[in-house]
Design a protein around this ligand. Structure first.
Ligand code: HEM
Length: 255
């Protein structure tokens, strides 16, 4: 081994960016789970909209959100760099002759990446956009100002998108790890089957995402379509069910 081979193009893409990607990814998803499984139920347990809640929002959530949103960018950037720097990472994108493990691998990492990119978009375009209103409101109320009547709706939008990301997280991580360590070995698919799997998966993902932003009947509590995101327990159940559906689909089309 030479020092040069530690930092050649292949090792940078295959090892260094992958390592940084996982470091950024655990920071992001770790904080996602903190918000969903600890902070939101914790704030609900305060049982009021009062001072303690506003201090938690301005002092704790603000800091956690900084690491959360920048970790999402770092994860996205390093993930795309793996693809960009590794020569021929997705060579002949799902166009291998006959039934081939490379088609299965390309199909699942594509679905995983699209979920990850959508999750990063949720962080910046829904969660952070709305949390800014919630944080400003908490700071204003603490300083003795009037409460913003829009803050509750903004909080609800951010909450639903955050639970959406929790639902996506289990299958997304399965594809991240499974593409190189499961699908490229135990699975194989024709180009047509790989594309069918990809398009069905994308349709399911799109329906979940549109549902989370209230396309099928608004974001008010009581809309039964929003069951998957109404509590963190529902989100965990939905995530596992989604993983099972995707796994069965992958066996049907690529097993
Ligand atoms: C945001 C969009 C994301 C993109 C574009 C992306 C892209 C990628 C790519 C291209 C790979 C390489 C797959 C291979 O081994 O061939 C990968 C692997 C991986 N990613 Fe992501 N990813 C994203 C989000 C995430 C997130 C949120 C996590 C959460 C922890 C994550 C964790 C991982 C892990 C653990 C691996 C497996 C590395 C290995 O087994 O060698 N990724 N990702």
């Amino acid at each position: 081994m030479t020092a040069a081979s530690l930092f050649d193009q292949y090792t940078i893409g295959n090892f260094w960016f992958r390592y940084l990607h996982i470091l950024a990814g655990i920071t992001w998803i770790g904080l996602l789970y903190y918000f969903n499984f600890v902070q939101v139920p914790g704030l609900a347990a305060y049982g009021d909209e009062g001072k303690a809640r506003n201090i938690t929002v301005t002092q704790i959530a603000t800091r956690a959100l900084w690491w959360f949103r920048w970790a999402s960018i770092a994860t996205l950037a390093t993930g795309l760099l793996i693809v960009g720097v590794l020569p021929d990472y997705m060579q002949d994108f799902m166009n291998h002759a006959g039934s081939d493990p490379a088609n299965a691998k390309n199909a699942v990492i594509s679905v995983g990446m699209i979920m990850g990119i959508l999750m990063a978009a949720n962080v910046w375009m829904i969660i952070w956009k709305n949390q800014k209103v919630v944080i400003a409101n908490a700071a204003n109320v603490l300083a003795g100002g009037e409460a913003n009547p829009d803050a509750a709706t903004c909080g609800r939008k951010a909450l639903l998108a955050s639970r959406m990301n929790t639902v996506f997280s289990v299958p997304m991580l399965f594809y991240m790890v499974g593409s190189a360590h499961l699908y490229s070995e135990a699975f194989e698919a024709t180009t047509a089957n790989a594309y069918t799997f990809l398009f069905i998966s994308l349709a399911i993902i799109a329906l979940f995402e549109l549902n989370a932003i209230g396309i099928f009947g608004g974001i008010k509590a009581g809309n039964k379509m929003l069951w998957p995101y109404e509590s963190h327990k529902n989100a965990i159940i939905s995530s596992v069910v989604l993983w099972v559906v995707f796994f069965v689909l992958s066996i049907v089309f690529m097993g």
